[in-house]
Design a protein around this ligand. Structure first.
Ligand SMILES: Cc1cc2nc3c(=O)[nH]c(=O)nc-3n(C[C@H](O)[C@H](O)[C@H](O)COP(=O)(O)OP(=O)(O)OC[C@H]3O[C@@H](n4cnc5c(N)ncnc54)[C@H](O)[C@@H]3O)c2cc1C
Length: 392
């Protein structure tokens, strides 16, 4: 079968939130790019993942003239005044919650699939080149000046795109990171030793987010738009989905919240997510740059994965613009170091908050000593009329 060769400035591998945001930013900056995405449009638009966008992410979309992509998606601001948190059934408020933007920006609840759907819409409307159902994607000659991306299109035809840069936005299990020689890459990882049963339920969440720290384990209900919520239940790594019939999910949530769940309904999806944090370094190799989950994972307890991916996008997009417009490679040369500095700050937050929220509950994982320490930390993080604020 014959092969068609094309040329562009940036090939973006992966049409998730990172790849699509990058495509939109480059398009608006007049830089040619092609996005190759493994799955179909319908699949990508329906895939349920994150639900929170931090203040920096909101500000970034505004600055790039893409405020519209957050439209219709927000269930309101993150609870910067304190997120509802029940400790052994007693109501408290987690001061600041997830919204820790250092420049004071306000984050929003923003279901990832709605953001993705809107980013696809604006990219295609503005003339972007997005190729769904790209199979057998492979990256070549990354350490030369002329890297190439090969793939097979939906009809089975072999394609090759020559480019100046490859943006690896293909998530944790993609091909981009795997194209970097193993001896060049260091993987730093932390396993928490427990999982979340992550459930998508067709019920509204009111308030938009509520969490529970309980001796039976952590639990949460987080909005995914007006008619859906994510339910999270801490469980052992050895649990299987068969251990969690629907009735057990609702009764366990009620037990951990210390009150009945206001509205129950159809459960659309269940998965088990082992909690871990991972960082790959460096985040570039030759003319390949890794962005988002391709380079790092943060515990979902931190609600920072999507925002962190968008931070990489911002750094990379500005660096490419500087390279193309001014011939200045300093942004691309420093890409990995710039991103890693921020990533390690977020990892510190993610490991701390995940440990506290889980260790303070079910002591069977980390023991009674850790539980007592985590309870003290929780006191500092929360507000309540009955909080024991012993000073000194
Ligand atoms: C249960 C759960 C809850 C979460 N909650 C939050 C939250 O509240 N807030 C938050 O900020 N983050 C959250 N996250 C994390 C967040 O969803 C991810 O960090 C985010 O999706 C990363 O975006 P990405 O574009 O880097 O990767 P992805 O979203 O994984 O996108 C990668 C894309 O690449 C495509 N792809 C893969 N392989 C190939 C290939 N070989 N060729 C071409 N394309 C390929 C995939 O189909 C996909 O479209 C959560 C994650 C989970 C699992």
């Amino acid at each position: 079968m014959s092969e068609t060769a094309e040329k562009t400035a940036v090939v973006i591998v992966g049409g998730g939130v990172a790849g699509l945001a990058l495509g939109n930013f480059l398009l608006r900056s007049g830089i040619e790019c092609v996005i190759v995405e493994k799955h179909s449009r319908g699949y990508v638009e329906r895939r349920q993942r994150a639900g929170a966008l931090d203040g920096r992410g909101v500000r970034m979309f505004r600055e790039w003239g893409l405020e519209e992509v957050m439209g219709g998606s927000s269930a309101g601001p993150l609870e910067s005044e304190g997120m509802p948190l029940r400790i052994e059934g007693e109501p408290r408020a987690w001061k600041g919650g997830w919204d820790d933007d250092e420049e004071g920006g306000e984050g929003v609840f923003c279901p990832q699939q709605i953001l993705v759907r809107n980013l696809i819409g604006t990219f295609l409307r503005d003339g972007g080149d997005l190729r769904f159902e790209a199979g057998d994607v492979s990256l070549e000659d990354l350490d030369s000046e002329h890297p190439r991306v090969r793939y097979r299109d939906a009809a089975g035809s072999a394609k090759v795109i020559n480019c100046d840069f490859v943006a690896g936005c293909d998530g944790y299990h993609g091909v981009s990171r795997a194209s970097i020689p193993a001896d060049v890459l260091t993987c730093y990882s932390h396993e928490f030793g427990y999982a979340w049963l992550a459930v998508l339920a067709e019920v509204p969440a009111d308030p938009p987010a509520v969490m529970a720290v309980h001796s039976r384990g952590f639990a949460a209900q987080i909005t995914r738009g007006p008619d859906a919520s994510r339910l999270y239940l801490q469980c052992p790594l050895t649990d299987t989905l068969e251990d969690w019939p629907d009735e057990r999910i609702w009764s366990e949530l009620a037990a951990r919240f210390g009150e009945p769940v206001a509205v129950t309904g159809r459960i659309a999806e269940k998965q088990l997510v082992p909690l871990r944090c991972v960082v790959f370094s460096p985040m570039s190799h030759g003319r390949l740059f890794l962005l988002g989950d391709a380079a790092h994972l943060v515990s979902p307890m931190s609600a920072k994965g999507m925002s962190l991916a968008l931070r990489d996008v911002e750094v990379f997009a500005r660096a490419v613009v500087r390279q193309v417009e001014k011939g200045d490679s300093s942004g691309l040369d420093g890409y990995s170091d710039t991103c890693l500095k921020h990533i390690w700050n977020v990892q510190e937050f993610a490991v701390g908050v995940t440990g506290t929220m889980h260790d303070a509950g079910d002591a069977s994982y980390a023991g009674e000593f850790r539980k007592q320490l985590a309870r003290r930390e929780l006191e500092r993080m929360t507000e309540s009329p009955v909080a024991d604020r012993v000073s000194g």
